[in-house]
Design a protein around this ligand. Structure first.
Ligand code: BGC
Length: 273
């Protein structure tokens, strides 16, 4: 496949990055124009291998990178808490991810030293904050992804506080994601209005603790935002995510690009993984 520059140093005017978004059902990657947050060409998707063990996923991630003949820094998301490149939890992927050094594993599989690994919602959050629903907004921005669970990302003036897990906060005796993930709407066959009531309860609990300036609602259900955002009764404005299914790829590419300058001296400083 011919690309407009297979690494970010030879890309000419536009600076390019590369991101891979690992989900429970699909693994998607692509080249990202870091000045616009748009994909350069198509994204490439492969079904998540089952069982979704670290080795099986690392092989798939490497296949996606090879598909684009990409040789620069790579950002990879995981549906997991990730500290210093190590997965500390595992949501919708094999439990053997817990305590796996994901950064080392992906680096070996891809054949590069330059890998940044971060939580999937954090990646979507940095992408939406910079290029999407939060573009130009200062203050505290909270992105929530409504899917099988609820992922969260908290940013202050564009700087991420990594690994917040607000989807697991207990609200009225139930975890937030058991109350208001979009899977709950499906499983309980709730109308948008009924589901929006649960989402409002969750947002009210979050806003009482965080006092955000803006919520960004992500996940597939944000495509139908006009059906439920108007029913919300919480205080803080809620806008839909705009990057939709590319947010994870874009945020991963951005995180990898941001991590590069510090990589030679200190792999943790200035990095969001
Ligand atoms: C996990 C988060 C993840 C979110 C979305 C939650 O269940 O705890 O780490 O970001 O699902 O995948």
């Amino acid at each position: 496949m011919t690309q407009a520059g297979s690494d970010n140093t030879t890309a000419g005017a536009a600076r390019h990055g590369f991101g891979v978004d690992v989900g429970g059902s699909g693994i998607k990657g692509g080249i990202v124009d870091l000045s616009t947050g748009e994909l350069v060409g198509d994204r490439y998707k492969i079904q998540t291998p089952q069982p979704s063990t670290p080795d099986a996923i690392a092989r798939t991630v490497a296949e996606i990178v090879a598909h684009f003949e990409w040789t620069g820094p790579v950002g990879v998301t995981l549906p997991a808490v990730v500290t210093n490149g190590v997965a500390r939890s595992a949501a919708n992927i094999d439990k053997s991810w817990i305590d796996t050094d994901a950064r080392a594993l992906f680096a070996k599989a891809i054949g590069t030293d330059s890998v940044t690994v971060l939580n999937d919602a954090d990646a979507a959050g940095v992408a939406e904050d910079k290029y999407g629903g939060g573009k130009g907004k200062d203050g505290v921005v909270v992105l929530l992804t409504f899917g099988t669970g609820i992922g969260s990302a908290v940013l202050h003036n564009g700087v991420l506080l990594p690994n917040t897990e607000f989807g697991h906060m207990e609200i009225g005796g139930k975890e937030a994601e058991h109350r208001a993930a979009s899977s709950v709407k499906e499983n309980q066959d709730l109308s948008y209005k009924e589901w929006a009531k649960e989402v409002s309860t969750v947002l009210e609990a979050f806003e009482a603790l965080l006092w955000p300036d803006l919520f960004i609602a992500g996940g597939g259900i944000s495509r139908k935002s006009e059906k439920w955002i108007p029913h919300l009764t919480n205080r803080t404005p809620v806008v839909p995510a705009t990057l939709l299914n590319t947010a994870g790829i874009v945020g991963a590419a951005l995180a990898a690009d941001t991590a590069v300058p510090s990589a030679e001296t200190d792999t943790s400083a200035g990095s969001v993984d």
